[in-house]
Design a protein around this ligand. Sequence first.
Ligand SMILES: [Zn+2]
Ligand SMILES: [Zn+2]
Length: 364
Amino acid sequence: MSMYETTAWAKKSATSNFEKITIQRNLPGDNDVRFDLQYCGICHTDVHTVNNDVHIGLDDLGGTQYPVVPGHELAGIVAAVGKNVTKFKVGDKVGAGAICDSCMTCDSCQKGDEHFCENDFTFTYDAAIKHGHLVTESGYTYGGYTASHTLHESYLIKIPDAYPLEKAGPVFCAGITMYSPLVQWKANKGGMKVGIIGIGGLGQFGLKLAKAMGNEVYAISTSPDKATAARDAGADRFIVSTDANSMKSADNSIDLILNTVPAPHQLSHYLPLLKKNGTLVQLGLVLTDHHVQQIPLLFKRINITGSLIGSIQETQDCMDFCGTHNIMADTKVIKAEELDDLFAVLANKNDTVIRHVLDIAASM
Ligand SMILES: [Zn+2]
Ligand SMILES: [Zn+2]
């Protein structure tokens, strides 16, 4: 495949600073779209990957491949399309999330569940390219801290014209992570009681989405000082999980809980909140085993399950829903020269409500 050169911000080792480098990507083939990045959201996963401290890939590839170009919250403008592309045209606002390729042939891919590709979907950065619908000179994917990208049209999301581009990136990560389980467990039809544990970036999106879908929304947090932020995001009730009386007040009342806590915690602590047939969905990244008291599962037929981002179609639906209901993350735009300082701060902080967004054009 013919290649072109573009600029990216990369780290060459876990201890080096970010620097501007030149990388190569494939020119668009018949089914591909080349787009100019305007913004890329900055995610906690970016920090873990560049520091080579946590790996979420199902097959551990043996650590981060350097140079690493992070970023899986991409937003830009279409610059060129291949002759078979039907969904996009030059000038369209487009974005992409954590999935940049999959096998396209397995049962999951055929059914539009790329995030459950039986041959493993390809992460947007720091992943070996195995399905061949995109190419780099290194054989590893480079993410969105870059001036230009080329993807197969099947992995791109159309951003509504009226939606601010700098706000779109977080929809493709935090937004879809919360949207997919809300749809899967039928909260998108409204009329349910939905609990959100953890009021960080994920939790805020969850509150806004669940509320806009027409549900009664409970914010559940260890810190009473998150109450204002939770209510601003649409929470009808605020439960302090470390306060026995507060927990008791919501006993046996919630249909669906989305749990964003990214650190080891006791699941059993939250089960009394669920009604009969209630569901607890694990979304945060916890690498240690859970111990669960099973009596509440028996007596209330409770389900404990998990969810991972969402399919491309669900991500498009999430983007459209956020456009219709004016749902946006609280963002702060930064330039590439601020990346090192920001990553140092984020490495010690887990629940930032503000999502940082890299301004690509201003960083060139
Ligand atoms: Zn992310
Ligand atoms: Zn597949």
